[in-house]
Design a protein around this ligand. Structure first.
Ligand code: SF4
Length: 288
């Protein structure tokens, strides 16, 4: 296979994702999230480039996958960059995947995904929308070129109305920036119809740390010792000390339980309900 690739080829010791293949219709991402980890290993990351020969390469790869394959769009980019509105490459991939009856999860920060609700509602699919905060001003600094939280929330509502199961990634949590207001956030997500929440704490890599420190010097200054002296190294990232990570995720887990939404952490070695990534919702959607 040359387009579909195994998720987590480095096999992080804390990854609990079910086995799945990644499909990135585009290389690079223009959302500009300060905390992004993909920018650390993809050159010219902010330039979005459509994959050459995408649909014919996918057709070739699909000849050798089995019917129980799970495909995630996308783990190293957003499958709905602004260009997608004109190019429709991700939409074309969804058509190909639905023709093979494969299970699919779309991971995005863009409300453009709503355009494809007609396909997604007719296959074993789920959408994970990332919402790190409801604070529009903070989101504008953290994720400067991504659609606003209110547009993403509207997308959650719209997808749920179209019978597409939705999880929300409250991810990453960065202490001092977006670690407050879990109860309000989760009750808003519940009201919007989200069925599952995945959350994790920020894992520091050199380039994302530099970007965050430039934008939030005081807040990141306070975290420096926690990450780089007291924290631990996992794979290529620096983590906060485990008790601090557990303490940050606990209010979100509690708020989810009160709201009746399942909660999982991502690459933390902590709670997993349903599935860490919300992919179980795609399986349940086939049973409708
Ligand atoms: S949407 Fe994802 S891939 Fe794109 S910049 Fe943000 S974190 Fe990186």
């Amino acid at each position: 296979m040359n387009l579909l690739s195994p998720f987590d080829p480095w096999k992080s010791q804390l990854c609990t994702c079910p086995s799945k293949l990644s499909l990135n219709p585009y290389t690079g991402c223009s959302h500009g999230c300060l905390y992004c980890y993909a920018s650390s290993y993809i050159p010219r990351f902010s330039e979005v480039r459509p994959k050459v020969g995408l649909h014919s390469r996918l057709a070739r790869d699909l000849r050798v996958v089995t019917g129980d394959t799970f495909v995630s769009l996308a783990s190293s980019s957003d499958p709905y960059p602004p260009q997608e509105e004109r190019l429709g490459l991700t939409r074309g991939c969804l058509v190909q995947l639905s023709e093979r009856d494969l299970l699919v999860q779309v991971v995005t920060k863009s409300d453009l995904v709503v355009r494809d609700a007609d396909i997604l509602s007719d296959m074993g699919a789920t959408v994970a929308i990332t919402i790190t905060t409801l604070d529009e001003e903070l989101a504008g600094r953290l994720e400067p070129h991504a659609p606003s939280p209110s547009r993403r929330l509207a997308a959650v509502r719209s997808l749920v109305r179209s019978s597409v199961p939705v999880s929300v990634r409250v991810d990453p949590i960065i202490p001092g920036l977006n670690d407050r207001g879990a109860r309000d956030l989760i009750s808003t997500l519940k009201e919007a119809g989200a069925a599952h929440v995945t959350s994790s704490t920020y894992k520091a890599r050199p380039d994302s740390w530099r970007r965050l420190t430039y934008e939030f010097p005081e807040e990141m200054g306070r975290l420096c010792r926690l990450y780089f002296e007291l924290g631990q190294k996992v794979g290529g990232s620096r983590y906060l000390p485990q008790p601090i990570r557990a303490g940050l995720l606990q209010p979100i887990a509690e708020a989810c339980h009160q709201a009746g939404i399942t909660f999982s952490s991502c690459r933390e070695g902590l709670t997993v309900e349903g599935s860490c990534d919300g992919s179980h919702l795609a399986r349940s959607s086939t049973a409708r």
